[in-house]
Design a protein around this ligand. Structure first.
Ligand code: UD1
Ligand code: MG
Length: 491
């Protein structure tokens, strides 16, 4: 592991730090119509992982070189980092050296330390980059012109190799395709992560020629050019090869998915979460879970999800971008997306909560119940076979099996309001817009097309008032003539 104690503030007494991320390539080896850096790892595009690591260094500017699917890459980065990031267009992909050249106008007079990263190195940690920058700036007391990050690999296939002289000093980087059989034996490889002083970098880049097997302008030629000019080139040897590995194929993407997932699961377990079977549990890197929550196998938790203490999440649940309180039980095969669930709720099995579903404390939603853009008040229950959409439901209300808020008239969506302590009978159709007053009861199979006054029993198709549930003295508010008319007593 790198020595994090060496880490230094990127700004102290040195040239300012800029970051340049190369993300213009198609990534041919992915065999995809989608640019490589847009492929997702832990639910986030590769380029976003790299941008986050860069942003954690608080550099002066972050530049991203875009080319293939430039618009999509730009939009993806902007969504994550806003307008902090600047974009440079590499019109034709003529190699990593050419990609850096595309940023020349922006950078060559910047007098900065430039950290160059590839958009396909998603597991890189800011601490490692900080240590690289530190070595670069303190090399021989005056700093180096270039510092590159290397790792030793048992199988170095595909990577540029680091050639050193007899004294172990850096000589050059040789790409796999251009390497001799002897050079291919070298196990120390270039990670594609470098620090440069900008003026020296662009002076050397001018001398790079595309005289190699790929006919490309290689950034990897720059260190040896600088060395030939008598500049200091330093190598930062990093111990964790997996952290700096680049993704080039889908097989590598899957391997990294596993690594990132294990990193997340280990973090959560150390924070006090019980994960019964980590190998079969899928939790994204941004998920937060409080202690004593138990996660059963085959659970997927994604996006920006936060889960409180003492929850139990049973097999097959998928939860994304949701806020879940303490002591919540989520039973098997429930789907919860963009929902908020307060303390002590019970969900599922086989429930579907989506887009703005909000359950107040102690509410319960059971088998085959779908909730969309609806709020269920405290201790309200909908235990079987219901659709609740665009509804606001009060406290301690019971929604019977088979209830449907008929919220869509084919053109527009309409709201249903159900007040406190209502009993919606089985198979009630609530034709929105409609309001059901407090303590009202609907009979089984009712089709409610007009507002139901409080404290009444309605039934039928269409539903009409069959009975007042409290006397006039007890509940005068429920007896106004307008409310009686609302359910069409004469029907
Ligand atoms: C590169 C290095 C290699 C190193 C490896 C580490 C070169 C010549 N080789 O090889 O020494 O071991 O990374 O992972 O640099 N890109 C552009 N424009 C281009 C070409 C590439 O922006 O014209 C971007 C790609 O989108 C990618 C990055 O540069 O994010 C690296 O390119 P890639 O093709 O993956 O290089 P490697 O063959 O992996
Ligand atoms: Mg690569």
């Amino acid at each position: 592991m790198e020595n994090t104690s060496q880490r230094t503030n990127a700004h102290d007494a040195h040239a300012p730090l800029d970051v340049l991320i190369l993300a213009a390539g198609l990534g041919t080896r992915m065999r995809s119509r989608t640019a490589k850096v847009l492929h997702k790892l832990g639910g986030l595009p590769l380029i976003v992982h790299v941008c986050r690591a860069a942003a954690a260094l608080s550099p002066r500017h972050i530049y991203v070189v875009v080319g293939h699917q430039a618009e999509e890459v730009e939009a993806t980065v902007r969504r994550e980092l806003g307008d902090e990031v600047r974009f440079v267009l590499q019109k034709e992909q003529r190699g990593t050296g050419d990609a850096v050249m595309a940023a020349r106008a922006e950078l060559e007079n910047a007098d900065a330390t430039l950290l160059v990263l590839s958009g396909d190195v998603p597991l890189i940690r800011p601490e490692t980059l900080g240590a690289l920058i530190h070595q670069h700036r303190t090399h021989r007391g005056r700093g180096a012109a270039c510092t590159l990050l290397s790792v030793r690999l048992d199988d170095p296939t595909g990577y540029g190799r680091i050639v050193r002289d007899e004294e172990g000093r850096f000589v050059r980087i040789i790409e796999q395709r251009d390497a001799s059989p002897e050079e291919r034996q070298i196990k120390e490889v270039n990670a594609g992560i470098y620090c440069f002083e900008t003026r020296q970098l662009f002076r050397a880049l001018e001398k790079v020629q595309p005289t190699n097997a790929q006919g490309e302008y290689y950034l990897t030629d720059v260190p040896s050019i600088l060395r030939a000019e008598g500049e200091d080139v330093s190598v930062y040897v990093h111990a964790d090869a997996r952290e700096v590995a680049g993704i080039n194929t889908r097989a590598e993407l899957a391997e990294f998915e596993r690594l990132l997932r294990m990193r997340t699961l280990r973090r959560l377990m150390l924070e006090g979460v019980t994960i019964i079977d980590p190998v079969n549990t899928y939790i994204g890197p941004d998920v937060q879970i409080a202690r004593d929550t138990i996660i059963y196998p085959n659970v997927h938790i994604e996006g920006r999800t936060t889960i409180g203490e003492g929850c139990t999440i049973y097999p097959g649940a998928r939860i994304a971008d949701s806020l879940i309180g303490n002591e919540v039980t989520i039973k098997d095969h429930s789907i919860i997306i963009e929902a908020e669930i307060e303390d002590g709720c019970s969900i599922g099995p086989f429930a579907h909560l989506r887009m703005g579903a909000h359950l107040a404390a102690g509410a319960a939603v059971g088998n085959f119940v779908e909730v969309k853009k609806s709020r269920l008040g405290r201790k309200t229950k909908a235990m079987h076979l219901a659709y609740l959409g665009d509804a606001t439901i009060g406290e301690r209300t019971n929604i019977g099996a088979g209830t449907i808020t008929c919220n869509y008239d084919g053109v527009r969506k309409h709201e249903t309001i159900i007040e406190d302590e209502v009993k919606i009978g089985s198979d009630t159709m609530l034709v929105a817009p409609v309001r059901v007053g407090a303590r009202a009861v609907t009979g089984a199979g009712s089709v409610v097309i007009r507002d139901v006054p409080p404290d009444t029993l309605v039934a039928g198709v269409p539903a009409t008032v069959k009975k007042h549930l409290r006397s006039e003295e007890e509940a005068p508010a429920a007896q106004s003539s307008s409310e009686r008319d609302a359910v069409g007593r004469d029907a």
